[in-house]
Design a protein around this ligand. Structure first.
Ligand code: AKG
Ligand code: FE2
Length: 302
């Protein structure tokens, strides 16, 4: 997995470097070491443990005690810090622009697998019908997922995500022939994502990837946030009370990133009242504009 150069990041509005941009564009993924400092990582882990306990009490654990809780970022107040986290957020607007929100997120806890499921072919690109309805080659990126690693994934066999760096520009992936027991060997070029607690990685929706089984003794704990365009619908079934004090207490940027918008045209980036120009009141656009970070040479940052 390509590791970005370790550099001090002043804030969420530090533009990504050309090297960071090129690496992500070439590989379709990027490791961001130490995205969470230890106190924050520990608080995130505690929050994941709370979500896990709630799922257990509700009888929603999987066969190996795992959870895959959708609407993850709304499952605990602590996770809201991830929406615009300096170390990662600069990559999101840097590659997608300002008209974005988080339409899908999940909290995953994967204890050691004692009862392996039937083997199957789990390689995929994200986006479901986005991979069928768009008849073009390559298809557009449309979304980027950020994955925060809260447990120790520094060794193989701990359920690290399998990826094929560079394969995001391929619309198809050949299945490998199943071997003994029906297990498909990983496609050539597969890398198992290894990371330390507190690291994050980002990946292009089109990157071919697969879950893997946790054969270790270490429970895997992760949280994933998918950033996409505001004109793309929610994937998770979440209910937000937009009249609550809680909602009003969030920053305008965080509200945008949780899907806020006044009227329908705003999701397409424009202000109808002002005759269809780009809407300078969209919080992320306003923040970037105030800092001189809009860039006419990149369509998505115009
Ligand atoms: O759990 C994983 O390692 C990968 C899950 C996945 O496919 C995804 O988040 O898009
Ligand atoms: Fe996926």
């Amino acid at each position: 997995m390509t590791q970005m150069t370790d550099r001090e990041v002043a804030g969420p509005y530090t533009a990504i470097s050309e090297e960071e941009r090129r690496t992500f564009e070439d590989q379709g993924c990027l490791l961001i070491p130490r995205a969470l400092d230890e106190p924050r990582r520990a608080r995130m882990e505690e929050a994941v443990d709370r979500v896990y306990d709630a799922e257990r009490r509700a009888g929603r654990l999987g066969p190996n005690g795992e959870i895959h809780a959708l609407g993850g970022v709304l499952r605990d107040e602590t996770f809201l810090e991830l929406l615009d986290l300096p170390a990662t957020f600069r990559h999101l607007w840097g590659h997608l622009g300002w008209n974005i929100y988080v339409n899908h997120s999940h909290v995953d806890v994967n204890p050691p697998v004692l009862d392996p499921p039937a083997p199957g072919w789990l390689w995929h690109q994200d986006g479901k019908r986005q991979n069928a309805d768009l008849d073009m080659d390559p298809r557009p990126m449309l979304s980027i997922k950020v994955a925060y690693v809260l447990s120790d994934l520094s060794e193989e066999g701990r359920g690290g995500t399998l990826v094929l760096p560079g394969a995001h520009l391929s619309n198809t992936l050949d299945r490998t022939e199943p071997g003994p027991g029906g297990v498909h060997p990983p496609p050539p070029g597969t890398v198992e994502l290894r990371a330390n607690p507190g690291d994050a990685f980002i990946f292009d929706r089109r990157l071919w990837h697969s879950r893997s089984l946790n054969h270790s003794t270490v429970t895997r704990k992760m949280i994933f946030l998918c950033y996409t365009y505001r004109w793309i619908r929610w994937y998770d079934d979440v209910a937000i009370d937009r009249h609550s004090d809680w909602w009003r207490g969030l920053s305008p940027l965080r509200r945008q990133l949780l899907g806020d918008g006044d009227g329908t045209a705003t999701y397409f980036g424009i202000s109808r009242e002002l005759g269809g120009v780009w809407d300078d009141e969209i919080p992320l656009r306003a923040e970037l504009k105030a800092r001189g970070l809009l860039d006419r040479s990149r369509q998505f940052l115009r």
